[in-house]
Design a protein around this ligand. Structure first.
Ligand code: ATR
Length: 277
């Protein structure tokens, strides 16, 4: 019997996940289909009960359900619990188990761009919202100790560091502080929405003091090259856009469902086509 997978969100119509996963199910000749389900927040609990009743094999979770879903699952893995958000659910013999592949997806992707060990790197994270949490806690969970956080609201960065259950030597900084000391970082990651379409002329920080040895990464993929990345490129730094994180969070979810770590180059092609080349 065909297996059913999907993504739940609100809104969800523009999700690229169905095309990405259905292409993989076809490519690996698996009798499975992936659907987008628009679920209003007040219907989430009923929807999850329904998924369980009909035996949905697994699903992704996106905004605004990533936090609320935690209480509706049978089990949540430790890192996702510390993040406080789930983006992937696996139906394990009738029990719904929650994972977070966002941070791992990011790490998987960025490792391919770094020519030094991520664990030894000095990292600057810009932002302290949901996306920052996933990346920060996952980095700490794999032993990346030196991750500083800069956020418009510094208290939120302090809170994020304080909530991390894994060993770290992080500092919360102001934008002014980091702009002056930018040269010390091996990797800079923008997790805020600054620079996202249609505000393409905005950038979260000035890169005047950037070193060309730094990798500058933006989790935004629309546009593919944000102002931050353009500025970094002008400084001679290596740049990395949000396609890698998106594709790899999906690849890790696919692996949890099927046991196959899929061809991420193939996934990238589908996503780039969907984004308009
Ligand atoms: P997400 O789940 O996508 O990470 P979020 O949880 O709303 O979204 O977090 C948004 C992040 O972008 C926050 O770090 C936010 O900073 P504040 O904590 O100060 O609100 C940051 N952000 C969004 N718009 C911003 C702006 N115009 N200037 C500076 N920071 C901004």
């Amino acid at each position: 019997m065909e297996k059913v997978y999907g993504v739940i969100g609100c809104p969800i119509a523009h999700s690229m996940s169905p095309e990405m996963h259905n292409d993989l199910f076809d490519f690996y000749q698996l009798q499975s289909r992936y659907h987008a389900f628009h679920i209003e927040p007040e219907k989430l609990s009923d929807a999850i009960k329904g998924f369980k009743a009909i035996g949905v094999s697994g699903f992704n979770v996106t905004v605004p359900h990533k936090i609320a879903i935690l209480d509706l699952l049978d089990e949540v893995e430790a890192v996702a619990l510390n993040i406080g958000a789930v983006n992937t659910v696996v139906n394990e013999e009738g029990r719904l188990v929650g994972y977070n592949t966002d941070g791992q997806g990011y790490i998987h992707s960025i490792k391919q761009k770094m020519n030094q060990s991520l664990e030894q790197s000095r990292v600057l994270l810009i932002g302290a919202g949901g996306a920052a949490r996933a990346i920060y806690i996952t980095l700490a969970s794999i032993g990346v100790l030196n991750v500083d956080i800069v956020n418009r609201t510094k208290e939120k960065a302090v809170e994020l560091i304080g909530s991390c259950q894994y060993k770290n030597s992080s500092t919360a900084l102001t934008i002014k502080e980091v702009e002056q000391a930018l040269g010390q970082y091996d990797l800079i990651i923008n997790t805020t929405s600054i620079g996202m379409h249609p505000h393409v002329e905005e950038s979260p920080i000035s890169l005047e003091n950037l070193s060309e040895n730094t990798v500058v990464s933006d989790i935004i993929y629309n546009p593919l090259k944000t102002k931050l990345l353009k500025d970094a490129e002008q400084k001679g730094a290596t740049i990395d856009n949000g396609i890698g994180m998106f594709v790899n969070q999906g690849a890790l979810a696919f692996e949890k469902w099927t046991g196959i770590f899929p061809d991420t180059t193939r996934m990238e092609t589908v996503v780039k086509k969907k984004l308009g080349g």
